[in-house]
Ligand binder design. Structure first.
Ligand code: OGA
Ligand code: MN
Length: 292
């Protein structure tokens, strides 16, 4: 066994030690990490003080990386490589963004439960988030186990959900917090994409609820009914027994499987710096094609 995994939550989340992610890894270790994430959904690697280059190299062992979506955000001046999502409260000069900053307000949407890039036809498979600077308190990330939530649903609900197709867009998630400051061009680029509501996780064969704050409609269902169903399911799936709260230390790298988890950021004192860098491994095929 080339890695050591300690379970951090009763149903999911493993902490992996005995590895230095700055170094190139043997294929045997990559396979062990893949097996571990298939089992635990979320892996915590403490004490990994890696650079962006090292984080990209490690992430690429698991597939192709997404690039950040610039087209939606014309005022975005990048601070980092296009393969690194800037999960910070900093602008291009490394200054804390002011309260009314448009990108800050948009990023507040990360505090809604979501699965990364579910607003893209091909969503994210893995996300890898590394903590470079953390606030003195708050700013945790919470994860919810969508396979355990699926397992716990009553059979009647399971049969109601099988085969349903949702529509996801950032327009839906941002509208929930009253963020509607989009240009016509941005709105066009953010047209809703279809995602199945129930997935089978390839690495475990287990079923999973595929929920996200970006989901706002269900095909063939009246909108209020669809919204209410999605709200009920999200509430059900994020009960405490399915949720792990990660309190960040600088050097932590957390890798999660977006196919079978949701996550959200928690609030903190935004006069302090919080600087997190995310790489994202694309899932390769649309969920509707995968299911067919
Ligand atoms: C993300 C994300 C949550 C956080 O990186 O995809 O949602 O706690 N982050 O910053
Ligand atoms: Mn996210």
């Amino acid at each position: 066994m080339p890695i050591t995994v300690q379970q951090l939550h009763p149903v999911f989340v493993g902490q992996v030690t005995g590895l230095d992610l700055r170094e190139p890894l043997d294929q045997e270790v990559v396979v062990a990490i893949s097996d571990a994430i298939n089992r635990y959904e979320v892996l915590v690697f403490p004490g990994q003080f890696i650079t962006d280059e090292q984080q990209m190299a490690f992430s690429r062992r698991f597939g192709d990386l997404e690039t950040t979506v610039r087209a939606y955000r014309k005022d975005f001046v990048p601070r980092l490589d296009p393969h690194i999502a800037d999960i910070s409260n900093l602008d291009q000069n490394n200054s804390v963004r002011p309260k009314d900053d448009r990108l800050r307000l948009n990023a507040l949407g990360n505090r809604l439960w979501h699965s990364d890039s579910s607003f893209k036809r091909v969503p994210a498979r893995f996300s890898l988030l590394s903590a470079r600077v953390v606030p003195s308190e708050g700013g945790e990330t919470q994860f919810a186990d969508m396979r355990a939530a699926w397992d716990a649903l009553p059979d009647r609900m399971k049969s109601r959900l099988e085969g349903l197709i949702c529509e996801h867009t950032q327009l839906f998630s941002r509208a929930r917090i009253g963020f509607t400051d989009w240009s016509e061009e941005e709105r066009e680029k953010m047209a809703p994409v279809p995602q199945v509501l129930v997935r089978t996780h390839p690495g475990s064969g287990r079923k999973s609820l595929f929920l996200s704050s970006h989901a706002g409609r269900i095909r063939g269902m009246e909108e209020p009914e669809a919204r209410m169903l999605l709200l009920d399911l999200t509430e059900f799936a994020t009960q405490p027994q399915f949720v792990y709260t990660h309190k960040w230390a600088v050097g932590d790298l957390v890798m999660w499987d977006n196919r079978c988890t949701m996550h959200r950021a928690r609030e903190y004192d935004e006069t302090q710096v919080r600087d997190m860098h995310r790489t994202t491994v694309s899932d390769g095929v649309p969920t509707v094609a995968e299911a067919a």
